[in-house]
Ligand binder design. Structure first.
Ligand code: IPE
Ligand code: IPE
Ligand code: MG
Length: 264
């Protein structure tokens, strides 16, 4: 459990939160949760602040949600931090986000290490500075031997771009005679994606009211459940997150088939 959340001095809120965990039975917890952390700008604008203040506030939410995922024993958490389309934003906002990633890695890595978190970045490397890439690789390497939560940060990530890169990899292998085109199947393609070796997404959460995927995990979310909230990311709480998991636990997933009680 994340720094023994229930240790001496645990606040009432923490205790209440941990008691909420019991409402999500272990066997009904999603293995892979993917979050579109949206609404930082709207949060800031609503408070008369500059947009970047929203991004900074959002880091605190991410920290809390990561704690809860560790506590609940979730296998994989993927968060959408920066899309391949987000380069269209004004340069100062992009620069701010890049420096925030760097600061985030510096500040949070020790706690991730203490809690056995493994880290992987999903997405393209081009466009990111050498300094930032160096920190990203160093953080991945430092946490690579851990066996706890797999934490994926999608940064400079687009689902279409990821599939295209995987297809190119497989096409090159086919051209080299290593694989026959007719042997390329779903498993092989999944293994060429940035999430290779990880389970598919069970639950996609998007904050801030927009009902779209915005190019996130297009392949991996093929049979995911969706959960949306109007809450802007900086205001999203562990309690609301656990509420989403309670809701997920009640969903009936059919994967194209029938539930045991159906079709009789
Ligand atoms: C999400 O918040 C964070 C990133 C896309 C980096 P936004 O910045 O998209 O916030 P809104 O959607 O404009 O409110
Ligand atoms: C998706 O949010 C990307 C991230 C949260 C990083 P956007 O704010 O970029 O998505 P759109 O433009 O509203 O679809
Ligand atoms: Mg947005």
């Amino acid at each position: 459990m994340w720094k023994k959340i229930l240790g001496l001095g645990a606040s009432k809120r923490e205790k209440d939160l941990v008691s909420l965990y019991d409402r999500v039975p272990k066997e009904k917890r999603p293995r892979h949760i993917a979050i579109i952390m949206d609404g930082n700008g709207r949060w800031a604008e609503g408070k008369g602040l500059i947009r970047t203040a929203g991004h900074r506030a959002g880091v605190g939410t991410l920290r809390d949600i990561l704690h809860v995922c560790v506590d609940l024993g979730i296998e994989v958490l993927t968060v959408y931090a920066f899309s391949t389309e987000n380069w269209k934003r004004p340069r100062p906002e992009v620069d701010f986000l890049m420096s925030l990633f760097s600061e985030y890695l510096e500040k949070e890595i020790q706690e991730m290490e203490d809690n056995h978190v493994r880290l992987r970045f999903l997405g393209r490397e081009d466009g990111m500075s050498e300094a930032l890439l160096g920190k990203m690789h160093a953080a991945e390497a430092r946490l690579a031997g851990n066996d706890g939560l797999q934490f994926n940060i999608a940064a400079n990530y687009g689902g279409q771009d990821e599939i295209l890169r995987a297809v190119r990899t497989l096409a090159a292998r086919a051209r080299a005679g290593e694989v026959a085109p007719e042997d390329i199947d779903e498993t092989m393609l999944a293994g060429a994606l940035d999430t290779a070796g990880q389970p598919p997404v069970d639950l996609v959460i998007r904050t801030s009211g927009d009902l779209r995927l915005s190019n996130f995990l297009l392949w991996q979310a093929a049979y995911a459940e969706f959960w949306f909230t109007e809450t802007n990311w900086p205001d999203f709480t562990p309690e609301e997150f656990v509420g989403a998991l309670v809701d997920f636990a009640q969903r009936k997933r059919r994967f194209g088939g029938l539930n045991p009680s159906d079709g009789k």
